[in-house]
Write a protein that binds this ligand. Structure first.
Ligand code: MRU
Length: 354
C-alpha cells in the first residue's frame, strides 16, 4: 500500500494521482492552499482520501495563521475551513472531515495555540489510521458476499489510493482474495477522467488480482453474455433514504445489473452517509471543466472546438437498485440505513447476510 497522503516534516505530501499510472509522483504541499488545489485538480481524489487530505490541509492552515489568542485565531481558521469546503461539493467525507476538525479545535480552545496546532496534526493522522481500519472492516463484511470464482464489475476507483489505504470496493475484493477466493474484476474505464483505466487497473495489477479493462459502454454486453456475477462500487455520498451518489456512470451500471438479476453492492464508510440529506435529488452534483469531455486527459481534442458540453462528475443511483450497502458496521439494505442515524441502535438488528 503506497501512502495517499501523509504528514512529513511539517508539510503534507500528496500522491499526484493525475499522473498515474505513468509516473508515481508526490507533491509537497507547504500551505493549505496547495492542498485545496490538489483536491480540486484531482491530485488526490476519492471520497475518503479527500476527507483525510482536507484534515491534513487544515492542520497545515492552522500553522499559517498569525494569531496570539484563540479569539483572533478562530475566525481565520473558519475562513480556511470554508476555502477547503469549496473545493469539491459532492463527496460528503470532505464536510465530515472539516466538521470533525472544527469540533476538535473548539473542544481544545482553552489550550495554547501551539498545543492546538500540534494536536491537529495528530488528529489528522488518527483519521488516516481510522480510515484504514474502517476499510478493513468493510472488506471483511463485504468479502462474505463474494464467492470463489466470481467475476466482479466495478466502476471508477474505490481503491487504496481513493482512501487512506486498503480501499472500499477494492477493499472488498482484496479481502476476498485474502480469504483465498479466486476472483476476476471487470474494470470500467470510467469516462471522462478514466479513474478505472488509469487507477483501478493499475492497483489491481500491482496487487496481482486478475482484471480486464473495458469501456463503460461494454458493461451491457458483458451482462447479456452472463460474464458478470456481482457489481461492487464505492460512494461519494449516501442520502438518508439509501440513494447513492457515485462517479458518473454508476447509475447506468446499476440499472443494467437489476435488469440482469445481478447483485449490486455499494461499499462505503459511515462517514459517506449523510443523514442530513433526505434523498438523492438533494445531493449536490459537481459540474466539472468541459475540457475533461472535449479532450482526452486534457491533451488530445476529440470534439469540434466550441461544442456545448455537460460534465456532471457524479450521478445518483436510487436505493431500489442497490442490493446492500456494505459499511464498517455491517451490510444493510439501503432502505434500513436511516435506522442507524441513531448511534444507540444496534446495527445487528438490521444487518443483511449473503
Ligand atoms: O471524482 P473522483 O475520482 O473523486 O470520484 C471518485 C468516486 O466516485 C469513488 O467511487 C468514490 O469517491 C468512492 S472512493 C472510495
Amino acid at each position: 500500500m503506497i501512502p495517499t497522503v501523509e504528514w512529513k516534516n511539517g508539510i503534507v505530501r500528496m500522491l499526484d494521482q493525475s499522473k498515474l499510472p505513468f509516473e508515481t509522483v508526490y507533491v509537497d504541499c507547504n500551505d493549505y492552499q496547495t492542498v485545496a488545489r490538489g483536491i480540486k485538480e484531482l491530485w488526490v481524489r476519492g471520497a475518503p482520501a479527500i476527507g483525510v487530505s482536507a484534515a491534513m490541509g487544515l492542520a497545515l492552515g492552522a500553522r499559517q495563521i498569525d494569531a496570539t489568542d484563540f479569539a483572533s485565531f478562530w475566525p481565520k481558521f473558519e475562513t480556511i475551513c470554508a476555502e477547503m469546503a469549496a473545493t469539491r461539493p459532492t463527496a460528503v467525507n470532505l464536510f465530515w472531515a472539516i466538521d470533525r476538525i472544527k469540533q476538535f479545535v473548539q473542544k481544545h480552545q482553552d489550550q495554547s495555540l501551539d498545543a492546538i496546532r500540534s494536536q491537529l496534526v495528530e488528529e489528522s493522522q488518527r483519521m488516516i489510521d481510522e480510515d484504514i481500519a474502517t476499510n478493513k472492516r468493510i472488506g471483511a463484511f463485504g468479502a462474505a458476499f463474494i464467492s470463489d470464482g466470481d467475476n466482479i464489475i466495478t466502476h471508477c476507483n474505490a481503491g487504496s489510493i481513493a482512501t487512506a489505504g486498503y480501499g472500499t470496493a477494492e477493499g472488498v475484493m482484496r479481502a476476498a482474495v485474502e480469504e483465498g477466493k479466486q476472483i476476476h474484476v471487470w474494470v470500467d474505464e470510467t469516462r471522462p477522467v478514466l479513474q478505472g483505466a488509469r487507477l483501478t487497473a493499475w492497483e489491481l495489477m500491482e496487487e496481482k488480482i486478475p482484471c480486464t479493462l473495458v469501456t463503460d459502454s461494454m458493461a451491457g454486453h458483458l451482462l447479456y453474455r452472463d460474464l458478470v456475477d456481482v457489481a461492487v462500487v464505492g460512494a461519494d455520498r449516501i442520502a438518508r433514504n439509501g440513494d447513492v451518489a457515485n462517479k458518473i456512470g454508476t447509475y447506468s451500471l446499476a440499472v443494467l445489473c437489476k435488469e440482469h438479476g445481478i447483485p449490486f453492492y455499494v461499499a462505503a464508510p459511515f462517514s459517506t452517509v449523510d443523514f442530513n440529506t433526505e434523498s438523492g435529488i438533494d445531493i449536490p452534483i459537481e459540474e466539472r471543466d468541459p475540457r475533461e469531455v472535449t479532450h482526452v486527459l486534457g491533451a488530445t481534442p476529440i470534439a469540434p472546438e466550441g461544442v456545448q458540453v455537460m460534465n456532471p462528475a457524479f450521478d445518483v443511483t436510487p436505493a431500489r437498485y442497490i442490493t446492500a450497502i456494505i459499511t464498517e458496521k455491517g451490510a444493510f439494505r439501503p432502505q434500513d440505513l436511516h435506522h442507524l442515524a441513531d448511534p444507540k441502535r444496534d446495527p445487528e438488528r438490521f444487518r443483511v447476510r449473503p
